[in-house]
Write a protein that binds this ligand. Structure first.
Ligand code: ADP
Ligand code: LRH
Length: 491
């Protein structure tokens, strides 16, 4: 049976997963080969990823695959978006890879938009303003390094390059640079000009599904790796995750890709870069096969990851959800998307300070902190679902929650209750499945996304959550407080 391996690296963890297609049963069997943690660390006041460590973990995973008897496979790589690598003329990296939460871009949007308006950037790119978009990161990047850069590629492009020696800029991830022109479907010359960059400093825009060739023979020999053919995945993890949503044809659905971030949106055939979409901060990231992901970034499970980290990871995520479940709902609410939660010195302290400032009691136990985060996320999802229906003029009947957050039963049920919508949770490994599905389509094993999504839905148990009636008085009080908190803190 043919082996398809996905390398899927999120901001909190990475894994190599093998998929095999059982044609008769119409399902993909997934097997995790290797898992490793990921995090950025601070050096001399800046936050960086350890890209050499990530590459070494990919090699380890491939060696493990060989030990398990996989002699040959196809391979696709996806990672988080927006972060990039500058290469010199010899293909050597000329800097450590900045992590997008690094504070250096804090004021970059305001500064850049003195030269070009927000509205113009949005009408060109359709990308929501997030301070860490590559546009703003490059705007503040050291000038001498930028001018030395022979090529500017994204993190997964770089991992493909290390494995094959081939240089590409894969499109789904390239769109998160906020440098692609929606109408021309190429790099925007005005934006490049503002950054002092040239088109030749980027590679060829390459669609998911393209075959890139084999792992270089030197690497194969040096590390005793399986014979892998690299296929370009949707290299942005969110593009792979949305490809992995088990949506039924002819239904009206939205998704939350629920991991470090909650990416809430719909898949569209056309972008929607109206003034209303810009004001609501919705993005149009490029998806697989010419689709667009019209979505919004919501601060997501990063908040609970950070609170957990501050306990030296004393609790599992499942335990944190259980502790939260025992707490009274809606006692402490915070506006998750406030920038104060992007990379605070202490998430626990930041949440407490926010509650204090808004006249609420401070969550003083780990259970209360977790409850505060899940209640606040569910209320934010409710707002975004309403906003999304208004902006797209489309009724949404089903909300698919995919990614690690699909395991959080409390949050899934709260989301169904708050947004008054049917939630289908799973797969938690939708990103790996979407990555693998594109490899299978490219290899001619599957016809296209509709077939792939049907098979994905058949491959793992999905859990359905129906909205439960809400205790009206309790909800009215919480709803009024929620509106006040948002009005006070979020611009
Ligand atoms: P990323 O790809 O951004 O690193 P993942 O999709 O792997 O993120 O999701 C990680 C998140 O999933 C964790 O932060 C955690 O909140 C949630 N999660 C994973 N397993 C569980 C579980 N058993 N119960 C509750 N939440 C879980
Ligand atoms: C999720 C994600 C998201 C981006 C952020 C940088 O992992 O790729 O889609 O906005 O990380």
């Amino acid at each position: 049976m043919k082996n398809y391996i996905a390398v899927d690296i999120g901001a909190s963890s990475g894994r190599l997963v093998r998929g095999t297609l059982h044609q008769q049963e119409r399902r993909i069997e997934l097997q995790e080969i290797h898992r490793f943690s990921n995090a950025f660390t601070e050096t001399e006041g800046h936050d960086y990823w350890d890209i050499d460590y990530l590459f070494a973990e990919i090699i380890k995973g491939l060696q493990q695959a060989k030990k398990e008897g996989i002699e040959a496979c196809t391979l696709g790589i996806d990672t988080w978006a927006v972060d990039y690598v500058l290469l010199d003329d010899n293909g050597k990296r000329i800097h450590e890879v900045y992590a997008y939460r690094d504070g250096r871009t804090k004021d970059a949007p305001d500064r850049l938009h003195r030269t070009i308006s927000r509205a113009e950037v949005y009408s060109r790119t359709g990308i929501q303003e997030l301070p860490f978009n590559t546009l703003y990161q490059l705007y503040v990047h050291e000038d001498d390094q930028l001018s030395q850069a022979a090529k500017i590629i994204m993190v997964p492009d770089y991992l493909y390059y290390r494995l094959t020696g081939k240089l590409i800029n894969e499109v789904t991830n390239a769109s998160t640079m906020q440098l692609l022109n929606l109408a021309e479907r190429d790099f925007d010359s005005k934006l490049l000009g503002l950054l002092g960059l040239r088109r030749e400093q980027f590679g060829k825009l390459t669609e998911p599904g393209v075959k890139l060739g084999r792992i270089s023979p030197e690497l194969q020999r040096q590390y005793d790796l399986p014979d892998c053919e690299l296929i370009v995945a949707p290299t942005h993890d969110t593009a792979s995750a949305v490809a992995g949503v088990p949506a039924q044809p002819h239904t009206s659905w939205a998704y939350i890709s629920s991991g470090t971030w909650s990416l809430l949106g719909v898949e569209r055939r056309t972008p929607l870069n109206t003034a209303e979409a810009m004001n609501a901060n919705y993005t149009n990231e490029w998806g697989v096969y010419g689709t667009y992901r019209f979505l919004k970034n919501i601060m997501g499970l990063w908040m609970i990851q950070e609170v957990r980290r501050e306990t030296q990871n004393a609790y599992s995520f499942a335990t944190l959800a259980e502790l939260a479940m025992r707490e009274k709902p809606f006692q402490h609410l915070v506006p998750c998307n406030d920038q104060r939660f992007l990379n605070p010195r202490s998430m626990t302290e930041e949440i407490r300070a926010c509650c204090r400032e808004t006249g609420q009691p401070e969550p003083d136990t780990i259970g209360k902190l977790a409850r505060c985060i899940f209640d606040s996320l569910a209320l934010t999802y409710k707002d975004s679902i309403q906003e999304l229906q208004r902006l797209t003029d489309q009724r949404i009947d089903t909300l698919h929650i995919v990614g690690g957050g699909a395991n959080n039963e409390l949050l899934c049920q709260l989301t169904a209750d708050m947004a008054e919508i049917e939630v289908i949770a799973g797969p938690s490994e939708a990103t790996a499945l979407g990555n693998i599905a594109v490899q299978m389509i490219s290899s001619g094993q599957l016809q296209g996304m509709e077939e792939a999504r049907g098979i994905i839905g058949n491959s793992v148990p999905l859990k359905r959550y129906e909205p439960r009636p809400i205790h009206e008085e309790e909800m009215d009080a919480a709803g009024a407080r929620w509106e006040q908190i948002k009005a006070r803190l979020v611009q």
